[in-house]
Design a protein around this ligand. Structure first.
Ligand SMILES: Cc1cc2nc3c(=O)[nH]c(=O)nc-3n(C[C@H](O)[C@H](O)[C@H](O)COP(=O)(O)O)c2cc1C
Length: 161
């Protein structure tokens, strides 16, 4: 069961569509849940909010995760960081996790690997494949996605294939 986390202040974005596409192509199944972090609202600014706790429980129950963000100023969004900060060190307990970022150009193509991946690993994700960066203009037909899938599929739990 793959859970998608989308850290875009704009809901129903291309980032969300790309993350769902990646989950589908990675596992052959629809994601079991999509968390739009923006819907958690002001509860992200403190600790112990019930909606945030529910979203965390969904993440912690996942067999694998796709964690997605648009590129904002060369890194992932502050919104996504607010959600990831809600997890303790190591809390994900090794859930196979695939970082994904969309951007307008290739200038920041290393951002998923150099900015998002370290945070995910700190909270206990196992990130077996390189972080994936797709252009917002061609994520649906990207040759980069095809090439990445060849590597990443090796690491998806067999049950999800
Ligand atoms: C505040 C802001 C900062 C941005 N910074 C970058 C950037 O540094 N590098 C980049 O490639 N794209 C940048 N973009 C473009 C977005 O990453 C791109 O449009 C996004 O991937 C589109 O995703 P969406 O349609 O899901 O919102 C920025 C966009 C905004 C709104």
């Amino acid at each position: 069961m793959t859970v998608v986390v989308v850290g875009n202040p704009k809901p129903n974005s291309r980032t969300r569509a790309a993350a769902e596409l990646v989950a589908r192509r990675l596992t052959g199944q629809e994601p079991s849940a999509v968390i739009e972090v923006v819907e958690l609202g002001a509860g992200l600014l403190g600790w112990g909010d019930p909606k945030v706790a529910e979203a965390k429980a969904t993440v912690l129950s996942a067999g694998s995760l796709v964690v997605a963000s648009p590129t904002f100023k060369a890194t992932y969004t502050g919104l996504l960081k607010l959600f990831l900060d809600q997890f303790g060190q190591g809390e994900l307990g090794g859930i196979p996790t695939f970082p994904l970022m969309l951007g307008a150009a290739y200038n920041h193509a290393l951002a998923p690997e150099l900015t998002l991946r370290p945070v995910l690993v700190e909270i206990g994700a196992s990130c077996p494949a390189p972080g994936l960066y797709l252009l917002d203009s061609d994520y649906e037909t990207s040759a980069d996605l095809d090439a990445w899938l060849k590597v990443a599929r090796k690491f998806v739990p067999a049950v999800a294939r």
